[in-house]
Design a protein around this ligand. Sequence first.
Ligand code: NAI
Ligand code: MG
Length: 369
Amino acid sequence: MPSYHLFLLPGDGIGPEVMAEVEKVIHAFESDGLATFEIEKGLVGGCAYDAHGAAISDADMARAEAADAVLLAAVGGPKWASVPYEVRPEAGLLRLRKDLGLYANLRPAVCYPALASASSLKPEVVEGLDIMIVRELTGGVYFGEPKEIVDLGNGQKRAIDTQVYDTYEIERIGRVAFDLARKRGNKVTSAEKHNVMKSGVLWKDVITALHKREYADVQLEHQLADALGMQLVRWPKQFDVIVTDNLFGDMLSDVAAMLTGSLGMLPSASLGDQNPKTGKRKAMYEPVHGSAPDIAGKGAANPIAMIASFGMALRYSFGAGAAADRLDAAIASVLADGFRTADIKSDGCTLVSTMAMGDAIVSALGKSA
Ligand code: NAI
Ligand code: MG
C-alpha cells in the first residue's frame, strides 16, 4: 500500500469544522486500503499568530515543505482585524504559496446535477458543466515592480502597479493547462488582452509556440479575457480548460465559481514544479471560501469544498484518479438524496449539519467500495 504524508492546516473560523470532516474521508479511504496517510497538523492564520506571533511558524513551513500535500481550510476573522499587516492571517497563505513555489492555481467549476436549479443561470446552461480554470498565481500585476504610490507634490498622487511576465512563467503554466486538457476534454482556451497589453502579446506568442512544439494534439483557442468573461455566463459548456494570468484568473475563476452555486462547494489546488527525480509536485489544496466567521462554531458550514479539495489531492498528488472519481460520485449521490447544508438548502430537501454532511459522504463512499 502506498504511504503519503499529509500536512493539515485547519486555520480559523469554520476551518477546523470542515477539516474534521475531511479527516473522516481520509480515514475511510485508508480503511478501504487505498493508501496509508501519515497526518501531521499545524497552525496557520490567526490561530498561529495567537500562538507564536506569526501567521505561520518556520517549523510549520518546514513541515509543509516536507509533506506530499498540504490541506488548508481557511484563515482570518474579525478577531485579527488590527494585527500588523506583515503578520495578518492571510500572510500565512501568501508565504505558503510563495515559499512552496505554487504557481498554478486550479479552480474547477463543476455543476452537480442536483444543484443545477440553484444556479443563477438557467439549468440547461449549467447542467453537466465541468470546466477547469488554470490561473497563474505567482507573477503578473500582483507582484510586478515598481509597485507604489508616489506623491507628485501638486496635491496629486500616482499609483503604479506593474504587469510582468517572463517566457518561462508563461510556458510552465501553459504546460499545466495542456497536460490537464489531455486528461479531460483535450481543449485549452488561453485568455489575455494582446490588443492592449504587451504582456498579452507575449502570453499569446508563448502559448502558441508551446502548443505547436509540444501539444499539437490538443485543441487550442485564444479569446480576449473580457470576451471570455461574457462567454462564461452565456455558454460555459464551450470550455474545457481555461488558462490565464493572475489578475484575469482571479476574476474569471470567481465568475466561473458562481455558475455552480455556493462558495461552500468550491475546491482548489495550487501546484508547483514537478521534481524531475521523484515526479512529485509541491501542492496545496484548499477550499475557495474563507473562515466564514458569521457561521463559525454553529455546525452549519458546508464541508464539501474542503472534501472536494482532498479529492483534487487524490487526483493530482497521489495519482488516484479512480478514488477521486468515487469521492465525486459520493458527493453527487448525497446531494441527489436531498442532503443540504444551510448554504445550499432548497424546498423539500433535508437540512443537515456540517458533521451530518461529512457522515453522509463517508457512508456513500462505503456503499461504492
Ligand atoms: P467567506 O468565504 O468566509 O464567507 C462569505 C460568505 O459565504 C459568508 O456568508 C459565509 O457564511 C459563507 N460561506 C463561506 N464558506 C462557507 C461554507 N463552507 N459553508 C457555508 N457557508 C459558507 O468570506 P468573507 O466573509 O469575505 O471573509 C471572512 C474571513 O475569511 C475574512 O477574515 C477573510 O479575510 C477570510 N478569507 C480567507 C480566505 C482563505 O483562507 N483562503 C479566502 C477568503 C476570505
Ligand atoms: Mg478572488
